[in-house]
Write a protein that binds this ligand. Structure first.
Ligand SMILES: [Cu+2]
Length: 139
C-alpha cells in the first residue's frame, strides 16, 4: 500500500508536467478558449433614453464587463450615465472615456456621470486598468 503511494507520487508529478507543457505549447498555436462561465457577455447595446432634455442610461455589470457595453447617444444633448454602484466593484468603479474627457470614480454617494458629446464618433470607455471596456457611439 505504502509502496504504491510512493510510486504514484512521481507519476502524478510527471503527468502534471506533461499537461502543463502541452498547455503552454497549445497557447502558442491556438487562441485560448475560455469556458463559457469565464467569457464576457456578448455586446449588449442600449440607446440612452431622453428624459427632460437629458439622455439617461444605466450602466451595470454583466459577466466580466460593463453592461451595456455599447451606449448610443446623440451629439449636443447632455448625457447622464447612472452607474449601478452595487454591481460595479473594484476597478470597474473607475471609469474613463478619454475621447469625451470623462474620468470618474463611482461610489454609493456619487454614481452619476454627466457630459455632453459635441460631435458624432465612437468613443471607447474602460475601467482605469482596461479590463472592462465598451463604446459610446455618438450619432
Ligand atoms: Cu479594471
Amino acid at each position: 500500500m505504502m509502496g504504491d503511494a510512493q510510486r504514484l507520487g512521481p507519476a502524478i508529478l510527471l503527468v502534471a508536467l506533461v499537461v502543463l507543457s502541452a498547455c503552454s505549447q497549445a497557447k502558442e498555436r491556438a487562441p485560448v478558449r475560455l469556458p463559457p462561465a469565464l467569457q464576457p457577455d456578448p455586446v449588449h447595446e442600449v440607446t440612452a433614453e431622453l428624459v427632460d432634455g437629458v439622455q439617461v442610461v444605466r450602466l451595470g455589470f454583466g459577466r466580466l464587463n460593463y453592461d451595456p457595453s455599447v451606449i448610443r447617444v446623440k451629439a449636443g444633448i447632455p448625457v447622464r450615465i447612472v452607474a449601478d454602484s452595487e454591481r460595479l466593484s473594484g476597478c470597474f468603479r473607475s471609469l474613463v472615456i478619454p475621447g469625451l474627457g470623462v474620468s470618474a470614480v463611482i461610489t454609493e454617494e456619487s454614481n452619476v456621470i454627466e457630459f455632453t458629446p459635441q460631435s458624432p464618433g465612437e468613443f471607447g470607455f474602460a475601467c482605469s486598468m482596461g479590463m472592462g471596456s465598451g463604446t459610446v457611439v455618438v450619432e
